[in-house]
Design a protein around this ligand. Structure first.
Ligand SMILES: Nc1ncnc2c1ncn2[C@@H]1O[C@H](COP(=O)(O)OP(=O)(O)OP(=O)(O)O)[C@@H](O)[C@H]1O
Ligand SMILES: [Mg+2]
Length: 569
């Protein structure tokens, strides 16, 4: 099928002779064979969004419709790769072409010449169906790639053996003659199917105290991280990439500044995985698009990233999707919608902004991969949002807020005071019910301790308002204890540096001990106040130093040292 270009407007092209095209079909545009996707059909003409720079494209050039949808390749070799929004392998392109991304490049996403050692886990004669695991490949030092029967296959295995395979080789043959290959294709806009979604009661542990202690998200949940300019969204996403307890990390750099992405590209491949001691990239896939790459590829990058995530989820892994920032994705949608002259909604975003956001966040979740419930996987989505002017009432934040279960709100004032992570404890929330897990796995009184901390922080905030109005002298003595303790907690518990070798990741045991120590200290302070001591005698330099040192004590020392520290107080 082919058509002829009749109009070119930036990344949007109109062609005639496209009557037989289908929505979202993948097309090659012009002599340069630029990659594009059909996004509107009217009579004989189709509108195409082009994923590459249309510079030099001319009227009358040919459009070839592949008859297929935009698909990505799934198979071993995804991990440690760096792709652009439509899964072109950036490192290979850079090696081959010595420039960033030339147009019309047709390099395969996955390496065709690498051999993988395949070990079957089923035998000839076994009955298999879609989603079943038939064998394993050690994809990287940290992850075993579980080879699955592709969608639409069901039958008896006729031939399967331990061997070294190229990605396009047959890994198994069924009795009906069909064969299964290592590589699978999947249309990115279609969520991969699963047996059943289940409610997750396990937290997505991040090692960041303010998150795990106050606003934990379920593994399989979704959270937004809205924050104004320079409030630490990127640093937080990268901290999560490094420390969150997740088997596989998909990091989507979506439309951020080129130099920020360049930093990711140089910095990520060198990171050491704190859990395995190997490279972090061994369990990471990077999908990156900068603000200067074509806008349509940015729109696709979110789908590419989550589809790769779903593939590992289906193998039974816990996957984290970290996207920075979803606002740039929404802006790409706005730009494309504008070119299509669609009726604009709020602030120029298309009317379908909210539904697109909802269908993206719906791809999070914990699922049963099999009927017998023996394999579970999850996708947790953490997306940064960049509201213009830091104003959370804008459409992207508001629409995302309605469909996600938690918000870690970054606060400009905290960031200005260099309180990092600048997560506001007043505005953030989590709707996930995880108390039972914490009770069973951390401590019986975890929920109470957490409530104690939250109420102390709230009280402190109210008192701070009074202090602002009429000065500290107006406070009652008990209130002064709250303010002083709150201050110590903010500096020594809520603040946490991703750059400190000891404090970057705080294990749950240590988080609990720290909570206990601060609450004990608060009790002591109240008691001593009752005995007539004044605040200077209570908040001594020595005690402050003890609390300050907690951060820099290795997590393994807890809870052994907890009692001793309390005694020293
Ligand atoms: N957790 C942190 N610890 C220490 N410093 C931090 C932390 N988070 C952010 N910063 C400081 O703030 C700066 C801005 O952070 P970052 O680039 O993550 O912000 P951003 O919200 O992504 O900004 P933008 O809106 O420009 O994308 C960093 O360069 C760093 O100096
Ligand atoms: Mg940023």
């Amino acid at each position: 099928m082919s058509g002829i270009i009749t109009k070119i407007s930036g990344p949007t092209v109109v062609a005639k002779g496209m009557r037989k095209s289908g929505m979202y079909n993948l097309v090659y545009v012009g002599g340069m064979r630029l990659i594009g996707e059909v996004i509107r059909i009217e009579g004989d003409s189709a509108t195409i969004q082009v994923y590459e720079d249309t510079y030099g494209l001319k009227m009358g050039e040919e459009i070839i419709d592949t008859g297929e949808q935009l698909c990505i390749e799934l198979g071993p070799g995804l991990l440690s790769s760096i792709f652009d929004g439509i899964q072109r392998p950036l490192a290979e392109i850079a090696g081959e072409y010595k420039s960033f991304i030339p147009t019309g490049v047709a390099l395969p996403s996955l390496n065709r010449s690498r051999r993988w050692h395949f070990t079957p886990t089923v035998n000839p004669g076994d009955a298999v169906e879609e989603g079943d695991i038939i064998g394993a490949i050690q994809e990287t030092t940290s992850i075993i790639h579980r080879v699955m029967v592709p969608q639409g296959f069901r039958g008896i295995i006729k031939d399967i053996a331990e061997t070294d395979l190229l990605i396009e080789d047959k890994v198994a043959i069924l009795e009906d003659g069909r064969d299964i290959r290592l590589i699978q294709k999947w249309p990115v806009r279609r969520p991969r199917p699963f047996k059943k979604k289940i409610t997750s009661h396990t937290p997505f542990i991040t090692g960041q105290r303010i998150i795990d202690t106050l606003f934990p998200v379920a593994s399989g949940g979704s959270v937004i991280i809205p924050g104004g300019f320079g409030t630490g969204k990127t640093v937080l996403e990268q901290t999560l990439a490094k420390f969150a307890k997740s088997d596989v990390i998909i990091y989507i750099g979506c439309g951020e500044r080129g130099n920020e992405i360049a930093e990711v590209l140089t910095y990520f491949p060198e990171l050491i995985d704190p859990y395995t001691g190997y490279l972090l990239m061994d369990r990471t896939v990077l999908v990156v698009n900068t603000s200067n790459m074509p806008v349509a590829a940015r729109e696709a990058s979110i789908y590419t990233g989550i589809t790769i995530g779903e593939y590992y989820r289906d193998m039974g892994y816990n996957v984290a999707i970290l996207a920075d920032s979803i606002s740039r994705w929404a802006e790409a949608m706005r730009e494309i919608s504008g070119r299509l002259e669609e009726l604009p909604g709020e602030e120029g975003f298309p009317m379908y902004l909210a539904s697109r956001l909802a269908s993206f966040y719906e791809r999070a979740g914990m699922i049963e991969c099999t009927d017998d419930g023996n394999r579970r996987g999850s996708i947790t989505i953490c997306t940064a949002i960049s509201p213009p002017g830091g104003d959370f009432s804008e459409p992207v934040t508001q629409s995302a807020l309605r469909v996600t279960g938690a918000m870690w709100a970054l606060d400009t004032n905290l960031a200005r005071r260099r309180h990092f992570p600048a997560i506001s404890w007043g505005r953030s929330f989590s709707l996930y019910q995880l108390d039972d897990w914490f009770r069973e796995n951390v401590a019986d009184d975890w929920p109470e301790m957490r409530r104690w901390l939250m109420s102390l922080l709230q009280k402190e905030e109210e008192l701070q308002d009074i202090v602002q109005l009429i000065g500290p002298d107006a406070l009652r003595d008990q209130d002064r204890i709250v303010v002083e303790t709150g201050h110590l907690i903010r500096e020594n518990l809520l603040q946490q540096s991703p750059y400190s070798p000891v404090d970057a990741f705080c294990p749950m045991g240590k988080q609990y001990s720290m909570l206990k120590i601060f609450s004990r200290f608060y009790e002591i302070a109240l008691k001593e106040l009752g005995e007539g001591r004044d605040t200077d005698e209570i908040f001594t330099m020595e005690r402050k130093m003890i609390l300050k040192d907690l951060k820099n004590m290795p997590g393994e020392k807890f809870p052994a040292v907890t009692e001793e520290i309390m005694n020293r107080l």
